[in-house]
Ligand binder design. Structure first.
Ligand SMILES: NC(=O)c1ccc[n+]([C@@H]2O[C@H](COP(=O)([O-])OP(=O)(O)OC[C@H]3O[C@@H](n4cnc5c(N)ncnc54)[C@H](OP(=O)(O)O)[C@@H]3O)[C@@H](O)[C@H]2O)c1
Length: 335
């Protein structure tokens, strides 16, 4: 028997997600790895995909892209990544249908978990660290980044935001964090005392960012929100600056007049981890995964878990995943 999370129509995840019982998995074929999962996390992006699903599906759609577990079997003649072996701990990403007790994964997306990492960290070891790697790569395309250029990021208390902050500190990159609440800013300052944190609750927050930047040009902004906040970030950028948009939290569009881009030669760029598997070469992906593992090993304390639920509490788990002020991702233990 295999218990799997599915949906058949778009809508509020707490309403449309169900757990079904299906027959146990068949033996893996060539190119496949059979994994007994031990944990998966509920990413905001997973929930957005479910909400946005158009109409009704003919067949239940399996949910989730990332999970961690133990290798039960490897298909005959299958090439696996280094250290992936039967009985070994692994994480998969991006593997459609990862939210299940058993996954027959494509060997290409199966990554061994270092012994030093707990299941809680292992369950978050790929998607968000790889997002951080891709964001940093976007920033590095700006000539001033890593020199005098400064980075600003919104939703800085998010799981991705905390990794971006940790990586920026490690590489000595100047950063100003922006969050939506005074409480969140205070929490971030406590966590990262050397990094300024500004709250958009305060009317003069943009000036606070300028003040924190000092004489440094605001070269790059990372933003998973969009809407009016992204417009404010474009305003904050110095000429030649780059706004990397990587999320859809705001429902309204980004209001940008062409003159805003023209007058300061700004770049507005979208970044989506979904394109990583198809667009990055095998060598680049291997290098990115090695970096993601280093991020997980070096910043273990930033991989917090907001709460842990069982499969039978799925509605509570997805409700918790979008609760304001939570710190860390929501984890589900499927057994
Ligand atoms: N493009 C990609 O490839 C990619 C990959 C990974 C993640 N993402 C996106 O990155 C974002 C963060 O992901 P995560 O896994 O780090 O999430 P997370 O840990 O669940 O954090 C979500 C964060 O969003 C903030 N937030 C929610 N609604 C907001 C609003 N209306 N205004 C300002 N802040 C708001 C929350 O702030 P509070 O603390 O104040 O509640 C919280 O810090 C998500 O939007 C996700 O979809 C994109």
């Amino acid at each position: 028997m295999n218990r799997r999370v599915v949906y058949t129509r778009g809508g509020l995840p707490a309403d449309v997600l169900t757990v079904i019982d299906e027959p146990g998995p068949a033996a893996p074929e060539r190119g496949q790895v059979l994994i007994r999962t031990t944990a998966f996390t509920v990413h905001p992006g997973d929930l957005q995909t479910i909400e946005a699903y158009p109409g009704t599906a003919a067949q239940p759609v399996p949910s989730g892209l990332e999970a961690t577990g133990v290798v039960e079997a490897i298909g005959p003649g299958t090439r696996v990544a280094p250290d992936v072996k039967v009985g070994g701990r692994v994480t998969v990403f991006p593997q459609p249908g990862a939210w299940a007790q058993w996954i027959v994964a494509d060997a290409e997306v199966v990554v061994a978990v270092p012994d030093e990492l707990s299941d809680e960290v292992a369950a978050q070891m790929l998607a968000n660290p790889l997002t951080t790697v891709m964001l940093r790569r976007e920033a590095e395309e700006h000539l001033a980044f890593g020199y005098d250029g400064l980075l600003v990021q919104t939703a800085a208390g998010s799981s991705v935001g905390r990794l971006v902050t940790g990586v920026s500190q490690f590489h000595n990159l100047a950063l100003v964090n922006v969050v939506r609440s005074d409480r969140g800013a205070a929490e971030l300052r406590k966590r990262f005392p050397d990094v300024p944190a500004v709250s958009t609750e305060r009317p003069g927050w943009a000036d606070e960012v300028r003040k924190a930047a000092g004489r440094r040009p605001v070269s790059v902004a990372f933003d998973p929100i969009g809407g009016k906040l992204a417009e404010s970030l474009l305003d904050l950028l110095t000429p030649g600056g780059k706004l990397v948009s990587y999320g859809l939290i705001a429902e309204e569009p980004i209001p940008v007049h062409a003159s805003t881009l023209l007058n300061k030669s700004l770049t507005l760029r979208g970044m989506n981890i979904g394109r990583w598997l198809s667009e990055a070469s095998a060598e680049r992906r291997a290098s990115d995964i090695a970096t993601a593992k280093q991020i997980a090993l070096g910043l273990k304390d930033q991989f917090e878990v907001a709460a842990t639920y069982g499969l039978g509490e799925l509605a509570n788990a997805v409700g918790h995943a979008v609760r304001p002020g939570k710190v860390g991702l929501v984890l589900v233990r499927p057994w």
